[in-house]
Design a protein around this ligand. Structure first.
Ligand SMILES: [Zn+2]
Length: 220
């Protein structure tokens, strides 16, 4: 690309104090060089980290709650069985009455039935607890997946915005290299062939990158 050979200052249309911005890099004072230098894109590239999935659930521990009625029934059942069986054994040894033996048998049967009922319902309770835990975990997984998807979409949008800004600054850099001039008489920068002239501090406006996060090594 051919650079414009003559650039005139928009303030007074003279070119005798005009110097190309790239030419200032080695020649002038440190201060002026920093003021006229091309701003750098300062926004860090967005990064993405996958949200953590919920931990696998621990199998629920079934605990015997003695405060429950069922707990008392179990205790009575066991005690009743033991007493009935001891009684039966004693009766068998001593050859006691058949009526007493039958009575003890019925008690033992009821007590054992109670224990059996307890075991069955206990198992059922445990299975129900396991099912609930699995359901809750599945629910948490679903929520996690939705959240992860949203996070990824948000990241992709941020990345796209970042890439657009990065490209804008890159194009501005090319524009700066080719067309940016500085006038020593008026302390202004301008783009060759354009009428706008601004202080070097306002250069981002001239380059159309004012809204972008930039790094400028300006004196404070
Ligand atoms: Zn001038």
């Amino acid at each position: 690309m051919i650079e414009s050979l003559i650039a005139i200052c928009p303030v007074d249309n003279k070119d005798d104090k005009v110097q190309k911005a790239t030419g200032l890099v080695s020649s002038t004072s440190e201060l002026l060089r920093r003021r006229v230098a091309m701003p750098k894109f300062a926004e860090p590239m967005p990064s993405f980290s996958e949200p953590k999935p919920p931990a696998a659930p621990r199998s629920p521990v079934s605990r015997l709650d003695i405060s429950e009625v069922r707990g008392w029934l179990l205790a009575i059942g066991i005690t009743g069985s033991v007493i009935a069986i001891i009684g039966l054994v004693l009766l068998a040894q001593g050859g006691g009455s058949t009526v007493a033996g039958l009575f003890l048998l019925v008690i033992a049967a009821c007590a054992l039935g109670g224990i059996y009922y307890f075991i069955v319902t206990e198992r059922h309770k445990h299975e129900e607890a396991v099912r609930q835990v699995a359901e809750a975990h599945e629910d948490a997984l679903k929520k996690h997946k939705a959240a992860a998807l949203t996070a990824r979409q948000r990241f992709e949008q941020q990345l796209q915005e970042w890439q657009t800004k990065e490209k804008t600054v890159r194009e501005a850099q090319a524009n700066w290299e080719q067309n940016m001039y500085y006038c020593h008489r008026h302390d202004v920068v301008f783009l060759a062939g354009r009428s706008a002239a601004v202080r070097p501090e306002d250069m981002p406006n001239l380059l159309g990158i004012a809204g972008i996060s930039l790094q400028r090594d300006l004196p404070s």
